[in-house]
Design a protein around this ligand. Structure first.
Ligand SMILES: Nc1ncnc2c1ncn2[C@@H]1O[C@H](COP(=O)(O)OP(=O)(O)OP(=O)(O)O)[C@@H](O)[C@H]1O
Length: 418
């Protein structure tokens, strides 16, 4: 991974970016740029399934071919989990945003606060809650809107991004940061880099995962195609978001699958947990999402004991069962029969991919065999050898590996110099 890619990876980790810049770029109203003063601010809440972050942006009040050049001033992580976790206590969702809004008010000059466009974009956690209980989802949105509305900002609304928006905004963000869309030249001018190929984007969130790239062919399924005009150039993209295939939800599907394999037992043998690890989980906690189907005779209070068996091969097999690689009517597909044209070009993987690979010191374009052997070594560690913090990674790296292999690595050369 070259210096620029490393810098971008760091930036992505630091900001947990899902598309913030893209959101600003695409929604900043043209009228704003004619207003004094010359620097404008914008606030974007990234309301993810696992956590919410507020990003404070600043940009000069002129535009490059109709698209703003934006820099991040500050990022603030809201306390607690994602807003969808407050489904039964929606007022708390609003309260969780206040510390970050207070921080923003200290940064943005008072005379500019009322001109500061403010957005909240929610992703897969809220898409799942809406699927499960649309009234609760609306209540959460009403409370977060009420909380933001109490601050002297130009609140433009809270919305649930579609999977396509999430995927394509992520693509714009990484290509913006890698300067493949526009670049500040030595001549101190913004220029279109010549002969640079834009990168495909692989985003592993908590509740969904997205793949987005410029296909070399016409997209056969219109629901997966999207079009952008940025800095004077046109981009036609393939994008798809797999709901439930984010890290947290996929692991829930895995646990439910393992339970289904022996549902009469109170114990679940888990090959992806280290040997010697044990935890209790209630049926209600396991089956609390539309991503997993509860047994026909539910007993919510029943406690299941998950016992780690530390078996990487069995773990890999169990994870593979979550993916269906039959393409059905489509000639080419990603998985679960979803149309996907042949992958093309280099890919940049971020979010959950980055956290895991960073932890394993695998972000320097190691070969795929090095990646595999590092993962094998880590997965063969017992519970006594890994800390609680490492546990999450211990059982998620297999998901990352299999997912990478299946959804993209099969055809793409993703950060792999071999
Ligand atoms: N610093 C970290 N170290 C390890 N894992 C992390 C870290 N931060 C987030 N994760 C995990 O990585 C996954 C992706 O995180 P991310 O912040 O992109 O999700 P999200 O935005 O909340 O989810 P979604 O986009 O699906 O709504 C989640 O499962 C999360 O638990």
């Amino acid at each position: 991974m070259d210096y620029k890619a490393k810098t971008v990876a760091g930036l992505l980790a630091a900001t947990c970016v899902f598309s913030i810049i893209a959101l600003i770029l695409s929604v900043v109203n043209v009228k704003d740029v004619f207003l004094p003063p010359s620097t404008k601010y914008g606030l974007v809440f990234d309301a993810g399934s696992t956590h919410t972050a507020l990003y404070i942006y600043r940009w000069p009040a002129d535009k490059e071919n109709g698209t703003g050049i934006v820099s991040q001033v500050e990022a603030c992580t809201a306390p607690g989990e994602g807003i969808s976790s407050y489904a039964d206590n929606p007022a708390e969702a609003g309260a969780s945003l206040k510390p970050c809004l207070d921080k923003a008010m200290k940064i943005i000059p008072a005379e500019q606060q009322r001109d500061t466009p403010t957005y909240l974009g929610a992703t897969a956690g809220m898409r799942l809650l809406r699927e499960q209980n649309s009234t609760k989802a609306e209540q959460v949105f009403a409370e977060v809107s009420k909380a933001i509305g109490k601050y002297p900002v130009d609140f433009r609304g809270a919305q649930i991004l579609t999977g396509n928006e999430e995927g394509s905004f992520g693509w714009i963000t990484i290509n913006y940061l890698l300067e493949t869309l526009v670049k500040y030249s030595f001549a101190e001018k913004w220029e279109h880099p010549r002969d640079t190929e834009v990168l495909g984007a692989l985003d592993l969130g908590g509740a969904s995962t997205q793949i987005t790239f410029q296909p070399g062919v016409t997209t056969e399924d219109n629901s997966t195609s999207t079009f952008f005009r940025l800095y004077g150039s046109n981009y036609s993209l393939y994008t798809h978001s797999y709901l439930c295939y984010g890290q947290t939800q996929a692991l829930k599907m895995l646990l439910a699958d393992l339970h289904k394999g022996n549902s009469s037992s109170q114990e679940i043998s888990h090959p992806c947990y280290p040997m010697g690890y044990q935890e209790n989980v209630t049926m209600s906690a396991l089956y609390n999402s539309p991503c997993v189907r509860a047994p026909s005779t539910p007993s919510p209070a029943q406690v299941l004991t998950v016992i780690g068996t530390g078996d990487p091969a069995a773990c890999s097999t169990a994870i593979r069962k979550l993916f269906n690689f039959t393409c059905g009517a489509n000639r080419t597909c990603g998985f679960n029969g979803v149309y996907q044209p042949p992958v093309r070009g280099q890919f940049f993987a971020f979010a959950g991919f980055y956290y895991t690979f960073h932890f394993l010191n695998l972000t320097s374009q190691q070969s795929f065999s090095d990646v595999n052997s590092t993962i094998q070594t880590f997965c063969n560690k017992s519970w006594a050898e890994v800390t609680q913090k490492q546990l999450q990674l211990h059982h998620t790296q297999w998901l990352v590996m299999v997912h990478q292999r299946t959804s993209s690595q099969k055809n793409a050369n993703m950060n792999d110099p071999d």
